[in-house]
Design a protein around this ligand. Sequence first.
Ligand code: NAD
Ligand code: 0WE
Length: 257
Amino acid sequence: MLLAGKKAVIFGVANNRSIAYGIAKALRDNGADIALSWLGEALKKRVEPIAKELGAAFTFPCDASRDEDIAAAVETVKGHWGKADIIIHAVAFANRDDLQGRYIDTSRAGFALALDVSAFSLVAICKHFEPVLNDDASVLTLTYYGAQKQITNYNVMGVAKAALEASVRYLAYDLGERGIRINAISAGPIKTLAASGISDFHKILNHIERYTPLKKNVTIDEVGNAALFLVSPLASGISGDIIFVDAGYHTSGIQIA
Ligand code: NAD
Ligand code: 0WE
């Protein structure tokens, strides 16, 4: 068991299609104790049965754009476990209107919201949780290729993910002073709740099936397995990095049949 007795705090399970669910399952299956956050009463009703199914130790409310919520989450974790070993950050949000049309039309408020929820929340979570993390703890966040290349309609989320990826590099130095590692998985497109709001998402999935080296889309189980590796001692030499779980898509240039 790679993670026997390790305590993992997981932000971002909405349902059993969430990437955070795939990660939670992989960590749990490898011996970790898990705790799940939820955002609002609607999602609480979805997350609690999942917590039961996965044998989670507890759930807790957290709007990651609110420092008070994050501070309260730290106290809850302290009360149950004292310390934690793993943080999974799988949280993102932008206004739906900002995920279509021209990036140039993004409003100041829409930009601030996307960057706050999707990028600054990682910084705030790391800052608040730092005192309850064990030395050799590990933090993992989720990003997307739209941080590095223009992708139609990803727009302000691409800019937020660029900030998130840069934050991973800076946080790696701050947390590294205590041996704490932080990395991101850049996942290929997966049909989750967050993706279901995106027009023409099936076109993106079809494009990937055709143009990736592996000729397929990735699953939340595949992301979960890579997450398991990254938060485990097997990855003790990896920090500040972005690991792609995208069936090889980001490596390709021009394909000609
Ligand atoms: P999801 O909808 O299942 O998960 C997104 C989660 O973010 C939800 O649980 C939601 O409650 C949470 N969230 C949103 N705003 C929040 C807030 N203010 N405070 C706390 N939680 C909040 O979708 P997912 O695809 O599993 O997304 C998880 C992560 O993976 C996101 O960071 C997303 O950008 C990233 N990602 C997704 C894909 C994809 O194609 N699905 C690909 C690469 C990366
Ligand atoms: O990060 C994401 C999606 C994040 C997301 C999704 C929504 C939909 C509903 C953030 N905010 C919202 N707000 C809503 O109201 N992904 C990586 C999935 C995704 O989204 C895309 C993609 C891919 C892939 C948008 C356009 C193009 C590709």
